[in-house]
Design a protein around this ligand. Structure first.
Ligand code: 9D3
Length: 248
């Protein structure tokens, strides 16, 4: 997969993408990233990329011309490109959206700054995506989030092939809790079932814990998902124990 990042601070995105899973995915050739600095496409000696909004109001707007030139450079020689503007007004990213973007052979991610970009740069078919309902200082962090969520799902990006499939949002549940050595830490024990070696019991304990956490913390996820009869039974056990412990 090819991903081009168009930004005012491309180095911030690059630094993030060089480490960990993303860094390794690039070394393995699973994803090819390129970075385009909008300021390098300014047409005046001062390298101006922002100007005041028509109609007045606070802040500045990212000018159309430097951004359009950067986009032309990013798309040159590419076939079908999906162009995504990161914007607080966009479609909110979720795991289904991540999987949808994985289908694109070539992506251009545009990270804005200031109050936004000159609307005229948007072409038919271009998309606007947000990463959630909170205000960031610019689109670079959002571009990093999109790239990270996407690349870790690409085949071969993770060492252990099953990890992406087992990721919590991949089954629509939150993750179960995790423990490692020592067996007792500051007086707190690891749940004994995890030391039992009984893989059937361990699987059921983890599924029950995942269902219980999702019920407590993210009931919206359960509402959007049907439960198998095993899951329904485990969730009911969790709810009975939870109420038995004096909650609600
Ligand atoms: C009151 C107007 N503000 C919109 C909420 C202006 C504004 C704030 C912050 C315009 C742009 C930005 C910068 N944000 C992004 O570029 C951005 C973003 C975000 O702020 N939240 C969630 N997802 C994204 S994707 C890009």
């Amino acid at each position: 997969m090819d991903i081009d990042v168009v930004a005012l601070f491309p180095d911030a995105v690059r630094a993030f993408c060089e480490v960990g899973v993303l860094g390794r995915a690039q070394e393995r050739g699973i994803v090819r990233l390129r970075y385009w600095d909008v300021r390098a496409f300014a047409d005046d000696a001062r390298q101006t990329v922002d100007d005041r909004p028509y109609g007045g109001g606070p802040g500045m707007v990212l000018m159309a011309e430097p951004l359009a030139r950067a986009l032309t450079a990013a798309k040159e020689g590419r076939g079908a490109v999906r162009t995504i503007y990161l914007s607080p007004s966009g479609r909110r990213l979720d795991e289904a959206g991540v999987r949808e973007l994985m289908g694109a052979g070539s992506l251009v991610l545009v990270a804005g700054r200031y109050e936004g970009i000159d609307e005229r740069v948007l072409e038919a078919g271009d998309e606007e995506w947000s990463i959630g309902d909170y205000v960031l200082s610019g689109g670079e962090v959002a571009a990093g989030v999109v790239i990270d969520a996407l690349v870790r799902q690409l085949p071969g990006a993770l060492g252990h092939e099953d990890s992406a499939r087992e990721d919590s949002f991949a089954h629509g549940l939150l993750d179960h809790p995790h423990y490692t050595r020592p067996e007792e830490w500051r007086g707190r024990e690891v749940p004994p079932v995890l030391l039992s070696g009984d893989h059937g019991r361990i699987r059921r304990w983890r599924l029950k814990a995942a269902l219980g956490r999702t019920w407590l913390r993210r009931p919206d996820l359960l509402a959007g998902r049907s439960l198998t009869s095993e899951e329904q039974g485990l969730l009911e056990e969790f709810q009975q124990e939870y109420r038995g412990q004096g909650h609600e």
